[in-house]
Design a protein around this ligand. Sequence first.
Ligand code: ADP
Ligand code: MG
Ligand code: MG
Length: 896
Amino acid sequence: MKFVYDFHEGNKDLKDLLGGKGANLAEMTNLGLPVPPGFTITAEACKEFLKNGTQVDGLGAEIDEHLATLERDMGRRLGDANDPLLVSVRSGAKFSMPGMMETVLNVGLNDASVDRLSRQAGGNDRFAWDSYRRLIQMFGKTVCEVPGHEFEDALHEAKVAKGVKDDVQLDADDLRALVTAYKKVFVKHTGHEFPQDPREQLDLAIAAVFRSWNADRAVLYRRQERIPADLGTAVNVVAMVFGNLGSDSGTGVAFTRDPATGEQGVYGDYLSNAQGEDVVAGIRNTLSLADLERLDKKSYDELMQIMATLEGHYRDLCDIEFTIERGKLWMLQTRVGKRTAAAAFTIASQLVDEGVIDLDEALIRVSGAQLGQLMFPRFDLSGDPSPITRGVGASPGAAYGEVVFTAQRAVEVAAQGKQVILVRRETNPDDLPGMIAAQGILTSRGGKTSHAAVVARGMGKTCVCGADEMEVGPASFTVGSHTVNEGDVVSIDGTTGRVYLGEVPVRPSEVVQYFEGDLDPAQANDPLVYAVHRIITHADEKRRLTVRTNADTGADAARARRFGAQGIGLCRTEHMFLGDRRELVERLILARTEAERDDALATLLPLQRADFLDIFREMNGLPVTVRLIDPPLHEFLPSLEELAVKVAVAHEHGQRVEHDEQMLAAVRRMHEQNPMLGLRGVRLGLVIPGLFAMQVRAIAEAAAALAAEGGKPRPEIMVPLVGAVQELETVRAEAEKIIAEVLGSSGSAGSSASPGGSAVEILIGTMIEVPRAALTAGQIAEAAEFFSFGTNDLTQMGWGFSRDDVEGAFFWRYLELGIFGISPFESIDTDGVGRLVRIAAEEGRAARPGLKLGVCGEHGGDPDSVHFFHEVGLDYVSCSPFRVPIARLEAGRAAV
Ligand code: ADP
Ligand code: MG
Ligand code: MG
């Protein structure tokens, strides 16, 4: 196997092998751009190295060969004390892992060659000693695990001793002394001298970069970003060019467009007389690229030209690293740049305008997750508040409230009607009630997979975690000079991770205003709104999947329709039994005679009918899937404990409370150990006579009423929790009879009846949410005109864990261990639960061609899941109103 590629041999499509950095260095080399010569050791070599823990067979010889070429190109040799060649040894994996792995600059320098380096530089001693001290510092830290702060301390002392602030104010003698100090630090921690053999330095640095793939922070980062753990990193060996040769030299970073807004123009920072990471490290104030134009017009012009070449070539925003060595420009890195969600949309749209890409590609370059971010309410930052600290934006949103430090206080203060932000070092399952009560959650420890982050995302609650500058105490936290006490107000931004003191005002995002129809994209004069409009319109043209919404009220239905929903995929009827109607449910449950029960049902009927009519009206002309009642009836009754206490207290006082006693007996009778697996869904319909019948009648009558008004109702009756076709057949037979009665036809549901002239068609189908239903889908399809996959329950029952109990209890641990990369409730587990969906879709359609297939679990609005549902051939997805645009976009992306 070939382990080493010269830059001339690679190209940008070889990222698997050469890593992003190596592949793009090769691409730039082949474009004829000024890249210092070098070569890339493949990620395969890294994998071998990590597997065996020793040098890889044959790698040394290949390195020799490529090093020889590099030396020829440069006219200098590594280890030549008279005219040394220096190189950098740079990590670079397939996916960018910013700052997670290591890079060592100036490899090849030693006590003997430092003077010669000075001579190469025209007698620049300062530069030579500066380069040497950087090598010892980076090599010590990266290769030999010397604590970095020891070097920083020594540098700081040198500056203090001299009474200066900037590194550049240290002269050659100061730096020579610093090298001596650094070497002492090195010996103290490693027990040996700093290695003087340049080839040994090189080999050790390469091995260290390989090992940095498995550094704790890299492992953690990969898990959070769901980057596979077995890719390995490539290593780039690059001839050094020097930005620290004086004021005619420098180093910088630049973007071809603004990565925050997508605006065209030149964005970048430049630092003269500096090397490598000085720019990002923020050790001195940087200059803008406009300043560079003033300082060195020739290099600036060339840089502009190269940036235009790169944009044209990559057809996208690029970010770059460059260095100027005595007026000569060198390119050290480029890649298609990361960008904010807003910039992703505006750039894609601009590139279409510029004729660089077409709309299909624009659609591919944005994502539902990005659109989701643009829909969260945002802080109005026009008052320019400055954040007191920053953590990981773990669950998006903008929240403010009074700070509390315990879950209990969160609950108490929230109960007074106040908004609270729960601040913890980290959260654990005991904090759950406080997290529910809080507006947002702020922690000082943990990343995107911490308990706080996972639970907050699950709840859709704003969360900033890992704000590690914060010192969290029992009743206050401090950060820098600020002390924030309980009751003080903070604002947290779950997208950017920023934390502000006081209340920052919140406003709905422009993108939501657009979806609401309050912003005309043509008039809005807002490039973002225009871009979203244009791209989602294209998605609508391309997608095969229809997008429906989950809505239980007319108001939700109306909003979802504005957001583009093409029907209701799940209308739950449970809430129609709450509030004032609870009493009717109690009467139903306590009924001792058929007459009492019928009476209760008869009272519920008109109420349900009115609910349905409202929804059918809002969705006039579009399908509405109504799910018959699903949860166990005792959920509508008072709690067993409370009732038992109440009755006991009454008896204590010698009182009889007949109603409560009856109720208590009923609650006891209905009490279940595992209500999730108990008497619910179709089972309820089969056990309580008349309940489903009443609901079916209400649906049919509401449909008839709308038709009589001249509307076009399209109800679909959905039977929940079916596991066997016999269950569905039983419900169906009864439903068909009622529909025929109401609509006055022969009684076969699925066919039309004509009250008052206009045809009404009512479909009857089932949810597929019990694994057995998925596995017997061929049989069930005989009795169903449609399937709707209830992937929440299918996930619960497929995995055997209760959603309400497990997410806060142990999912964080599962994520930490990599058992799953994402909660299977958030994104469908394609291997397991997804397989059930696939089987049911195939076997259902085989038994009944044209069987309508949809999904109504939370997954219907999850980007990855939408792609899966597209691929398995469903007809529609259904999701909460706010997710409708996201599903539209992703369904379009799945189709191009
Ligand atoms: P990262 O991936 O963290 O950006 P890099 O490998 O890009 O690490 O290197 C760190 C810094 O050193 C960057 O600023 C880069 O431009 C600079 N650098 C790397 N190689 C060289 C080189 N051969 N000559 C000059 N500067 C270099
Ligand atoms: Mg870099
Ligand atoms: Mg269900």
